[in-house]
Design a protein around this ligand. Sequence first.
Ligand code: HEC
Length: 456
Amino acid sequence: MAQAKAEDVYRENCASCHGAEMDGGSGGALNEGIWKYGASDAEIAASISAGIPDAGMPAFEKALPAESIRALVVYIREKENAAQKSSAPKPKMLPGEPVRTEHASYIVESVVASGLETPWALAFLPDGRKLVTEKPGRLRVLDENWKLQPEAVADTPPVVVSSQGGLLDVAHAPDFEKSGWIYLSYSAPAPGDAKSSMTKISRGRIANNKWINEETIFEADPKHYTKSSVHFGSRIVFDRGHVFFSIGDRGEKDKAQDIGLPNGKIYRLLPDGKIPADNPFADRTDALAAVWSYGHRNPQGLVVDPRDHEIYETEHGPRGGDEFNRIRKGANYGWPVASFGMNYNGTPLTALTEKEGFEPPLHHWTPSIATCGLAFYNGDKFPEWKNDFFAGGLQGTVHRLRMRDGKVIEDEVVFEGMGRVRDVRCGPDGFIYVVLNNPDRIVRLVPAGAESGGKK
Ligand code: HEC
């Protein structure tokens, strides 16, 4: 049976009492952020399914399947968010003007204003140089003063440039000063088929602006390469002798649940690509031994909390249900069986937001922020933000998340409206760096009243 879109279900069953725009009628507004019968997703779903007979709100549990009620909650959240956004004052984001947030004020400084095309990721080398990937397939070097070398690094691996594919993340090995290894993730072409691709991880060194000594760290079996141009995942992080990286579901959601397939996983390997003996599925014949966790949709944020070595991840949900997760060995994060989102066209995806045996997100964004880039702040320039997480979104925001006792207790938009946020990094200088597309540039957040003076 074709499932109805949330918009249509709402129009036919709810609009007569709650208004076409959810701004109310006999049934009260649903977009004001004020909830008489409970504000959580579960409570709103309960209001809809059981109704509120005394107040005149009919029960819909017989008329609508559970997944349709879930999709209605997503739709209500979208309308609520849109109404709150249009009434809330926009953070002032003019370059040079202080931006005030809950705990700290900052100035936006431009560090790279031109010369980059669709920058995707930023890495700080210990010698002061920076590396930037450009999605169309170029690796760029900037000197310690952020001066961009005019020529891209030669001979980097070929990439399939598609809607979401290209040259993606870049990271240097923890022992870079000794080893010189730089790791890249990208949409590699299939052998003999330049139109099919899959996320691949390679490492190499840079000498005389050339990519040399290339080694493959991870590549999928050629049969898993696909013409799909979405959900490559791709972040790379290191922790205590291991490299972790993510691969998205490549648009084939059910594969995320199969530990024998490369889609929708976070991986853990030794820095040379070998399998660590204590990987969760190392002994299973039905699994890829490199898999560390599974049930992911499109993880494009990955960071280590250096205090306890826990790994945190952000991933894109569909329409709603972007997630912030703590990544545990061998855990299943539920996609697509459980999700807070619905399909892009408004049809329901699943009634389940959580399920026994699945690791629930620490936090989710519904509507989606299109999560991309995740940083942990352990710098010294913003003491007020010490140990907070900064999650970027392609919709143009950076969210500051504060964790206490394993729970997210604050989610604040601290940056907005300067372009699509691809990457967020805490620089070794303690400033927060934001890699933007549309327009393509890199900016940094500097404490207000303490401008760095080193503008470029
Ligand atoms: C016949 C009119 C009517 C229809 C149809 C109706 N509602 Fe309601 N709804 C109400 C009334 C009345 C209330 C209680 C308002 C109050 O007490 O302030 C209510 C309350 C609610 C609440 C709880 C609000 C709160 O403040 O906690 C939600 C959520 C809700 N409705 C959603 C829906 C959805 C979704 C639909 C369609 C599937 C729907 N309603 C259809 C009349 C209606």
